[in-house]
Unconditional design. Structure first.
Length: 251
């Protein structure tokens, strides 16, 4: 589908708005030429791909990318910084990548899909939800919900700063990189495995309500809540005080 000023090739003219309660589904790629405008203003827009050479404006509603991969970065379809506020939902059927210079900022809005983060993903509202699967090679931080399965790779960091709570509700979470408690709370409602080479460190509160399996390194001064962890690497130990049900010191 093409949106533009050339009536011979344009399907919807050069200025189109999709309003609340409206749905538009395009199986192929939607292309905006340099003189066109498309405003998503409360409806649901599903398209195989998006080429924005004009003015695509996402005010509210749901944007589904169903066939192409989505890139968030300086060369991405939606630009380098993508902010989703309340009333905005972005979903991808294929892969989505936050590039090294990219930022996905959930400020009340939602994302769902298979996401690889090499830049920064920040959740800044308890109303927001990051769903699907996130493979983290960059920075994941903020205050909100993550229903996605977390795979935190060796170069990835999950950061919970003072006053923030990152709440993970998916199962099968793993950490091969770093989970840093900087005064905040990291809450896993299901299981967490700290893989070989993974580091969990800092001061704050850690929940692993489905159990914590440690194969890596943990140096914490925090409150721990959850089922007892399983020790699967000889020689590790906790360097600071932890609490689980009752204060006790682990050696």
């Amino acid at each position: 589908m093409t949106i533009g000023s050339d009536l011979a090739t344009s399907n919807l003219g050069n200025n189109f708005a999709l309003n609340r309660m409206s749905t538009l589904t395009v199986g192929g790629t939607t292309t905006l030429d340099g003189f066109s405008m498309f405003t998503l203003d409360g409806g649901t827009f599903s398209t195989g791909g998006l080429v924005d050479n004009g003015g695509f404006t996402f005010n509210s509603g749901t944007l589904n990318i169903t066939s192409d991969n989505l890139s968030i970065g300086s060369a991405g379809q939606l630009g380098g910084d993508v902010e989703l506020v309340r009333g905005q939902t972005l979903t991808t059927t294929m892969a989505a990548v936050v590039a090294g210079d990219g930022l996905l900022y959930l400020n009340g809005g939602n994302y769902s899909g298979s996401l690889t983060n090499a830049g920064q993903v920040t959740i800044d509202s308890p109303l927001s939800n990051l769903g699907g699967t996130i493979t983290n090679d960059g920075l994941l931080n903020g205050n909100g919900r993550v229903s996605a399965l977390l795979i935190n790779n060796t170069s990835g960091e999950v950061l919970a700063e003072s006053g923030d709570t990152l709440r993970f509700t998916g199962t099968g979470n793993s950490n091969s990189g770093q989970i840093t408690l900087a005064g905040g709370t990291t809450r896993f409602e299901e299981d967490l495995t700290n893989e070989l080479g993974g580091v969990i460190t800092g001061r704050g509160t850690l929940y692993a309500n489905g159990g914590l399996t440690n194969r890596g390194n943990m140096g914490l001064q925090c409150r721990y809540h959850g089922y007892p962890w399983r020790r699967q690497q000889r020689g590790w130990r906790f360097h600071h005080r932890l609490w689980w049900r009752h204060p006790h010191f682990l050696r």
